[in-house]
Design a protein around this ligand. Structure first.
Ligand SMILES: [Zn+2]
Length: 320
């Protein structure tokens, strides 16, 4: 397992299947960038392969799985942010047939928290009379949104990094590519220590793009650029991910004001000094975080988004 922090979760899974009572359903829960799909693919490969554990990677089962065409595996994706009852009912049909070439029938529900009530109830029915060779995987980053009756029938793999694993993360990233310790520190702060998000930030110019964002905000607050222009650019160019990073930056600033001794991986930018200058600004900056959530929720209304950003920048400019 290349992703060292997933090893303990894989072991936890192996303990569960070696125990007398084989689980019927598994929740793989963890934030984006923690490696939910990587862990899932390893578990599925091990279940399908009839040669060895870990999976041999050579046999017919392994090859079909690698190509994404294994007939005993079914993937369910949300349709327009909803998993409907019809999709779950189709699973019942999938489970009725016997496995084609492996020992299991495996179904994966991605973003399982997006099941509506009817879909959840239909899933509960499946779990109440589990298919003998069937196994369900529910992937989610919001486990608490699943019905408690569903949660209680599943075993749960909650992906996380313990203190020691976090301490190794910077070294692991350093070995991965030509990144400086500074870039890695920034990526980890922005990614909130979610390893694969940090990798993607480093490999796709994400850190540089983020600093460009801060430059723009700084230019708006110091009257080097009109606020309307910056707001327009931010509303057009930013996606959910960039807003999340901005949110992380704000958390970082707030933390560095409240607990300077605990702040690691400092993100150095002239904007920091500007917002730290006046205690009132911290309060505003915290308000900014709530508004960022609003911006993220109202992602489809361009005009509303731009106005919201404009008003945040105007308030901030008055205070700094
Ligand atoms: Zn194999």
């Amino acid at each position: 397992m290349t992703y060292y922090w997933l090893k303990k979760h894989l072991e936890q899974w192996q303990e569960a299947i070696n125990a007398d009572r084989k689980p019927q359903a598994v929740i793989i829960n963890g934030a984006k960038g923690m490696g939910k799909k990587v862990l899932l693919q390893q578990i599925v490969a091990d279940l399908l392969c009839r040669q060895s554990t870990p999976a041999c990677g050579q046999c017919q089962n392994c090859r079909l799985h690698q190509q994404g065409f294994h007939p005993d595996v079914d993937f369910l994706h949300p349709d327009k942010e909803i998993i409907k009852v019809k999709m779950i009912r189709e699973l019942t049909t999938f489970f009725i047939s016997t496995p084609h070439c492996s020992d299991h029938k495996l179904a994966v529900i991605e973003d399982a928290h997006l099941m509506n009530t009817a879909a959840s109830n239909a899933l509960l029915k499946i779990l109440e009379e589990p298919p003998p060779r069937g196994l369900l995987f529910l992937l989610t980053d919001r486990k608490h949104k699943l019905m408690p009756t569903i949660r209680s029938r599943c075993i749960s793999l909650d992906l996380s990094l313990n203190h020691e694993e976090k301490a190794h993360l910077a070294d692991w990233l350093l070995r991965k590519g030509a990144f400086t310790a500074n870039q890695i520190g920034h990526a980890l702060t922005l990614a909130d220590w979610h390893p694969l998000t940090a990798v993607s930030l480093l490999e796709n110019e994400g850190v540089n793009n983020f600093f460009h964002q801060l430059d723009e905000i700084y230019a708006a607050l110091t009257a080097q650029q009109p606020i309307t222009e910056v707001a327009k650019k931010m509303a057009t160019e930013n996606n959910v991910e960039t807003w999340t990073f901005l949110n992380q930056y704000i958390n970082f600033i707030a933390k560095s004001v409240l607990h300077p001794e605990k702040t690691q991986n400092a993100i150095e930018h002239p904007l920091n000094q500007l917002v730290k200058k006046n205690p009132k600004v911290l309060h505003l900056i915290m308000k900014f975080t709530d508004q960022i959530h609003l911006v993220m929720l109202n992602f489809n209304t361009q005009v509303k988004k731009q106005l919201l950003i404009e008003s945040m920048l105007v308030d901030l400019k008055k205070a700094v």
